[in-house]
Design a protein around this ligand. Structure first.
Ligand code: PLP
Length: 273
């Protein structure tokens, strides 16, 4: 695999980043995951804008979008895959072992691997741990993802592919790497960003294209929703057929099927919507 590290392409095995990089020692870094189809990145402008918002939230210098685009083009070119997961990581840079940021400036790493299409429907669990809707990192896509790793491992143990979090007020928030939508009486709802969820790019497009409403929802809406679906860069719109022990029938409800169709059509039209 050829990856981009600080100004050029390298073989992944030879690429170097300091072991004292703040991203590694304290998780002070940000990232974006971008889907590529036949080498073309989807919604790259929105991802770059969110990268900049995350950088500002963490107090990192603004990433240079031209440089990131150059890196993306080089990596995509060097790693031909049909469906790709492109990962842009921007770390805090070299630092002493303490918590203060170093002066060397951030590092930019761009890598790409091939992935397979996600199934059209999936099982999820709920977890008792909470998202903090008022944290310093709320809404930022930082590399401090270990809590998601733990929750996802719990989901996998239970035969599910995603774990849904409440926020500290026990309102529905989001998954480890996805946003959540519920269908009630034929209308689509998703928690507002104020719930503490990430402002997902797939979420924003789905709201725009389906007219879904942003609604503050109790966690137990999951027990009564007619349909539930997830959105994310790699899932697109994905139906949920099981939540904990509750089976949802049909496996893909009619409103979800329509949202999937709309998303596939619109997203196919425009690679940078
Ligand atoms: N929520 C979290 C915590 C995420 O990490 C992600 C994506 O990685 C999402 C939601 C979905 O966002 P997007 O649609 O931009 O991929």
């Amino acid at each position: 695999m050829r990856i981009w590290v600080n100004g050029g392409l390298r073989d992944a095995d030879d690429a170097r980043l300091s072991v004292l990089d703040h991203g590694l020692t304290v998780g002070d870094g940000i990232f974006e995951t971008v889907r590529t189809s036949e080498g073309r990145p989807f919604a790259l402008t929105r991802h770059l804008d969110r990268l900049t918002r995350s950088a500002r939230g963490l107090g990192l210098p603004d990433p240079d979008h031209d440089e990131v685009r150059r890196a993306v083009a080089a990596v995509v070119d060097a790693n031909p895959v049909a469906l790709g997961r492109l990962r842009i990581t921007y770390t805090g840079g070299l630092s002493p072992l303490g918590s203060d940021r170093g002066t060397d400036g951030p590092s930019l790493v761009v890598a790409l691997d091939g992935v397979s299409r996600r199934p059209d429907s999936t099982a999820v669990i709920t977890v008792p741990w909470t998202r903090n809707e008022r944290g310093a990192l709320t809404g930022l896509k930082t590399t401090s993802y270990a809590e998601n790793v733990v929750a996802l491992a719990r989901a996998r143990e239970k035969g599910a592919s995603e774990a849904l979090f409440p926020n500290t007020a026990d309102r529905l928030c989001e998954g480890t790497g996805s946003n959540v939508f519920v269908v009630l009486d034929g209308r689509i709802h998703t928690p507002p960003v104020a719930s503490g969820c990430l402002a997902g790019i797939t979420r924003a497009l789905t709201v725009e294209w389906t007219g879904a409403e942003e609604t503050d929802l109790p966690m137990d809406v999951l027990a009564e929703a007619d349909e539930v679906f997830l959105t994310s860069t790699l899932r697109d719109v994905q139906a949920v057929h099981r939540i904990d022990d509750r089976e949802l029938k049909p496996e893909i409800g009619p409103v979800t099927a329509k949202a999937m169709r709309i998303f596939a059509e619109r997203a196919g039209d425009d690679l940078d919507p």
